[in-house]
Ligand binder design. Structure first.
Ligand code: CA
Length: 222
């Protein structure tokens, strides 16, 4: 929730938590954008009038980074322009202040349900940073140049993108991507992950997308 009015933040957070949601807060647009780019949120509630960076710029920044997270915008009464621009920039829905709490809860529920079953690989392509993965053609491009991935690497990329934000153990990857669980060669996963990073990360030693979670496995963030 990116909102700068402490009273509203508290009321909304309490209500959403009571509905079973986890809530993370940002009190200004710059923090909101930063968090929105780094964390795999299920939904972003975004006020338009914010210090440091307005909600429209935050929305644009999140969409330009290729994030498909649902965004619910909070606009001030009478700011029709904000609604129109917000929707053009990729917001999924908006609520005009002051709004009824029930209305917010209902909109949040609807957006989460709508977002749920979509796998990235159901669409034709997925982009993160300067990388574009074309699921139909089985190709990847980095900064406009074709990157050659082996079939296994491509399967691995696709598997991780479909589960972005989730930590996946080496054992699970072996079983689901390689299709066997008899060989406890989890090192295989590490080797392929290192190759993937070399091909798709700007700096393979400091990966931004294909992350190692110490003692647990890997996850894709993007
Ligand atoms: Ca505000």
């Amino acid at each position: 929730m990116v909102e700068d009015e402490p009273g509203l933040v508290m009321t909304l957070s309490d209500r959403l938590r009571a509905e079973g949601h986890e809530v993370d807060e940002a009190g200004d647009g710059a923090t909101g954008l930063d968090k929105g780019l780094k964390n795999p949120y299920d939904l972003i509630i975004l006020d338009v009038m914010l210090p440091k960076k307005n909600g429209l710029d935050v929305c644009r920044g999140i969409r330009e980074a290729g994030k498909h997270v649902p965004i619910l915008m909070l606009t001030a009464r009478g700011q029709v322009v904000d609604k129109v621009v917000g929707l053009q920039l990729g917001a999924d829905d908006y609520l005009t202040k002051p709004f009824d709490m029930m209305e917010l809860v209902a909109r949040v529920g609807a957006l989460l349900r709508r977002a749920e079953p979509r796998l990235a690989s159901d669409s034709d392509a997925y982009e993160f940073g300067d990388v574009k993965v074309d699921f139909k053609r089985g190709e990847a491009m980095k900064a406009g140049k074709r990157v050659t991935l082996s079939a296994r690497e491509f399967q691995l990329v696709r598997y991780l993108i479909d589960r972005r934000g989730e930590i996946i153990s080496r054992e699970t990857l072996l079983q689901d991507v390689w299709g066997y669980n008899a060989l406890p060669e989890t090192r295989t996963v590490d080797v392929h992950m290192a190759w993937l990073r070399r091909k798709l990360e700007a700096n393979p030693r400091v990966p931004e997308y294909f992350l190692t979670v110490r003692g647990m496995g890997y996850k894709f963030e993007g």
